[in-house]
Design a protein around this ligand. Structure first.
Ligand code: SF4
Length: 168
């Protein structure tokens, strides 16, 4: 299987943060409130700069904390604040059947299974703990490298291409 995942980054403090997702839940809600207000204003003033800023800030900040792969349709709050795109199979609805007895990945044996971590972390969340049970659509590759904040504000993160037969 060919995977296109960026090499796993283990940035200082990132694992601690992900293991304490209650902080990240609050940070997510706070950021969402700010960005929902600020982005439309920035877009009116300078659309290209606004979009560039959103993409770059996601690449840097979410890259640091979550090893974000810029899928453009973020579901972190539904996955225990663990990026599902770090799963080599890019699964969005739980683990494959190949999880090892020690909870590690079938494809990359030295890596803990993303979905084992997602489930365990989600159990400690206060606000979004049960969102992990929501069935997610397949990854829409047409959104790759876009800002997930922007696609969320524009409602494109929950739209799927015609023919998929998926109702968001
Ligand atoms: S935008 Fe996609 S790749 Fe980035 S953290 Fe969210 S789910 Fe993961």
């Amino acid at each position: 299987m060919v995977t296109h995942m960026k090499e796993a980054r283990r940035m200082p403090g990132a694992e601690w943060l992900k293991n304490h997702p209650r902080w990240l839940e609050r940070a997510y809600l706070f950021s969402k409130r700010i960005i929902m207000k600020a982005y439309p204003v920035m877009k009116r003033i300078h659309p290209r700069f606004a979009n560039w800023l959103m993409v770059r800030s996601e690449e840097v900040l979410k890259g640091w904390v979550f090893n974000c792969q810029m899928c453009g349709q973020c579901i972190l709050h539904s996955t225990g604040m663990t990026c599902p795109m770090n799963c080599p199979k890019n699964l969005r609805n739980g683990p494959c059947g190949g999880v090892r007895p020690n909870g590690h990945c079938e494809v990359i044996p030295e890596m803990p299974c993303v979905w084992v971590q997602a489930w365990e972390r989600s159990r400690t969340m206060l606000i979004f703990a049960d969102d992990i049970k929501v069935i997610q659509p397949p990854v829409n590759r047409t959104l790759q490298n876009e800002s997930a904040w922007v696609t969320m504000i524009e409602g494109r993160d929950v739209q799927t291409p015609k023919g998929w037969g998926w109702d968001a």
